[in-house]
Ligand binder design. Structure first.
Ligand code: CA
Length: 532
């Protein structure tokens, strides 16, 4: 199922089953209980009672603190669903994660949180509330890519809207959503940026001679690599102001310490911001645990496993603890919404420098292993401790939810399609239920699958041709006679389709997919040079 490229092809999708579905644009099936309030908004499950309960909590907090809440996200790169102890990993797989576990146990542990399948798509989607196919940021931007249109010229970012509402906005860490002027964090709405534009592996290719001797030890090749795009620098940039290079990664030992530099910045920044009058939005975006991992001096051998990936998990966990402590010590913890997650599934192509998922597939795939990530919502005194939910949360929901927490839900754009949903009431009400009924899973320009309740339907599948190689050796194909329908509660590894015995479900879910595809008729996808 290709993304529709124009109005005529918008509904030419997915074969006979989709043709059997109702024909009206954006129609919903008999399975759906969601309400569509606007053509440009994803339909939502509405829970008036919990909405009132959540709002009462926010009002009480605002009376107490005198200002809007801070928003702090921890975005870990390529960490697997099964890595944190609270999600079944931790000490059991050689890398204890006491800090993430504590936040999960003292907050809300979400077990069905969905990311996009790779870095750039997730990172742009959470800041725009829009699927990558709508913004054009459909795959990781790589060295040598030629972006033809700056997507940020038209997109409306979360930090831009929060900034207009009086928030201080800071991104600390990895960016990976464009390095040209106009596409950097300090250009798209953040007041301040301190970090590295690229992923660890993009940087280590030029310094890690044991793994890339053909690049690092060949001066001519190394020069070519540098010319293709050199992003080794730690950058400090200000909105409308100066952008400077703080330092440069010249060795794997430098790479090892990168997250320590970012932590020092975030801790210092929190203390500064806490002393000021404005509420703040801090996105702390780790370099780890994306391959190639090198433990920092302090953390080498600190995991029971001793492997670099595991030491990196332990380091990331400790940094989360340090930053939460900084919020606590500066008196901001009770007025701060914290969310901990990973930008996609573990990268198994780099094993053993990759994480763990109990699900099928890994980073890059539409199987659960690629897109199901840990999601912890923590807010001391506001989110009840010990909550756990398997209802759906899409990381794009952070866009709408953050705007609502900032009191500017009315600034959510209405001139473009917004795929995110406001999940404030789900997260804050003590017995909150999700406002999301479906998650759509895309891979670049292809609509692959949809999760609805505990069911997941695939209309296109990626199959790897060698064990572990979920990115480097795969083929993608349309499904055959029928979509592949899985019941994730009895088959979490997506191995045994049940479509033939659930025909009614199959037709209804196909109708939901058709309704989703119909949203592209009025709001066509964009091509920015990453492929169409
Ligand atoms: Ca990633």
């Amino acid at each position: 199922m290709k993304a529709p490229t124009g109005t005529t092809s918008a509904l030419a999708l997915c074969g006979a089953l989709l043709l059997a579905a109702p024909d009206d644009t954006m129609a919903q099936s008999v399975l759906s209980k969601a309400t569509r309030t606007s053509e440009s908004m994803e339909p939502a499950l509405v829970h008036p009672d919990q909405q009132a309960a959540a709002q009462a909590k926010l009002d009480a907090l605002r009376t107490k603190s005198g200002q809007r809440p801070n928003i702090v996200w921890f975005l870990i790169d390529d960490m697997g669903y099964g890595d944190p102890g609270a999600y079944g990993g931790g000490a059991a797989i050689g890398a204890a994660t006491p800090n993430m576990d504590r936040l999960a146990h003292e907050g809300l542990k979400l077990t069905s949180t969905y990311s996009q399948a790779t870095c750039t798509p997730t990172r742009s989607a959470i800041l725009t509330g829009r699927l990558p196919v709508r913004t054009g940021l459909t795959r990781p931007i790589l060295k040598g890519d030629k972006i033809t249109v700056n997507p940020w010229a038209e997109e409306i970012s979360l930090p831009k809207l929060l900034g207009e509402a009086g928030y201080a906005t800071v991104l600390s860490g990895k960016w990976h959503v464009g390095e040209a002027e106009g596409m950097r964090p300090q250009d798209i709405g953040f007041d301040e940026y301190y970090g590295y534009y690229a992923a660890q592996k993009e940087i280590t290719q030029g310094v890690y001679k044991e793994r890339y001797p053909d690049l690092v030890l060949n001066p001519e090749r190394l020069e070519m690599l540098r010319k293709a795009g050199d992003s080794r620098s730690l950058i400090h940039g200000f909105k409308g102001g100066e952008t400077t290079e703080v330092s440069r990664i010249e060795s794997t030992a430098d790479m090892a310490e990168a997250d320590q530099r970012l932590k020092e910045f975030s801790v210092k920044k929190i203390k500064e911001l806490a002393a000021g009058d404005a509420p703040f939005f801090l996105e702390h975006s780790f370099m780890k645990v994306h391959a190639d991992n090198f433990a920092s001096k302090e953390f080498e051998g600190k995991s029971a496993s001793k492997y670099p990936y595991k030491d990196a998990v332990v380091e990331v966990d400790a940094i989360i603890g340090d930053i939460v402590k900084a919020l606590d010590e500066s008196g901001e913890l009770e007025n701060t919404f914290i969310f901990v997650t990973s930008d996609n599934g573990p990268q198994l192509d780099a094993w053993p420098d990759g994480g763990y998922t109990p699900f099928r597939g890994a980073k890059g795939s539409a199987w659960e292993g690629g897109v199901r990530v840990p999601g912890v919502a923590y807010w001391k005194g506001t989110i009840a401790a010990g909550r756990e939910s398997d209802e759906l949360f899409d990381l794009m929901d952070l866009f709408n939810t953050s705007l609502n927490l900032a009191g500017i839900a009315d600034k959510i754009p209405t001139d473009r399609y917004i795929d995110g949903l406001d999940q404030t009431s789900f997260l804050l009400a003590d017995d909150g239920r999700s406002n999301r009924e479906k998650v759509y899973i895309w891979n670049e320009q292809d609509l692959m699958a949809m999760r609805m309740y505990e069911y997941k339907i695939h209309v296109r599948v990626v199959e790897h041709k060698a064990q572990w190689l979920n990115i480097d050796m795969t083929t993608a194909s349309d499904v055959g006679l029928a979509p592949w329908l899985f019941n994730l509660y009895i088959d979490p590894k997506e191995e045994y389709p049940v479509g033939h015995r659930m025909n009614a479900w199959l037709a209804s879910m196909a109708a939901e997919l058709k309704g989703h595809a119909a949203t592209f008729k009025k709001y066509p996808p964009k091509n920015i040079g990453l492929g169409q």
